[in-house]
Design a protein around this ligand. Structure first.
Ligand code: COA
Length: 170
């Protein structure tokens, strides 16, 4: 896991640009045009310096960039919100689970957050499974919480508290 660099932009455009990734996320544009990845990467350092978000590039020695996990931070509440996507060629290898678990460790052990939450579309049970595997608890269904294009989307809400994290046995 490392910070993004501008050199990652072509891989971000290729992987985040897949329709299957955009379909399951709320804020990844589709089509993913030239320049969008560079513009997104250029925001990340400032967000980290401001303490409002941290975003990790997840790589392997053989495949290079595979996925992204970000944590938006609301310091006044010591709360984080996870977002993540895995490049489609790398689905089903446990990468999301491993990366999210590592970011939770960072959130609780380094950033000293109290709560980390995440949400997924009901048609994306694989993401819900990732949340369950890392010890997050389902808190409910928020109806019509976000608009994605012309559709108001329901989302399943999950969260984990610092006390849950400290009590985990994995
Ligand atoms: C959802 C996503 C993050 C999963 O990444 P991944 O690296 O394949 O996830 P993992 O391999 O760590 O774990 C996936 C789990 O979901 C399960 N799963 C896969 N498809 C499933 C389905 N249709 N229904 C239920 N569970 C499913 C897998 O079996 C696995 O669970 P297991 O280990 O208990 O068998 C990835 O598919 C992705 O990035 N999708 C597009 C973007 C996205 O959805 N981002 C998250 C937005 S909330």
């Amino acid at each position: 896991m490392r910070p993004f660099a501008l050199a990652d932009a072509p891989a971000v455009q290729r992987l985040a640009g897949a329709a299957a990734v955009a379909e399951m996320t709320l804020n990844i544009p589709h089509p993913y045009d030239d320049g969008m990845a560079e513009a997104w990467i250029a925001t990340l350092d400032e967000a980290w310096r401001a303490g409002t978000a941290v975003t990790f590039a997840i790589t392997t020695a053989t495949d290079g960039l595979c996925d992204t996990v970000s944590l938006r931070i609301t310091r006044v509440h010591d709360r984080g919100e996870l977002g993540y996507w895995i490049g489609q060629p790398f689905w089903g290898r446990g990468y999301a689970t491993e990366a999210v678990r590592a970011v939770l460790a960072f959130a609780f052990d380094t950033l000293a957050l109290h709560r980390v939450q995440a949400s997924h579309l009901p048609r994306n049970p694989a993401s819900g499974r990732v949340m369950q595997k890392v010890g997050m608890e389902r808190e409910g269904l928020h109806r019509g919480r976000y608009r994605k294009g012309a559709i108001y989307e329901d989302v399943e809400e999950y969260a984990i508290l610092r006390s849950d994290w400290d009590a985990r046995v994995d």
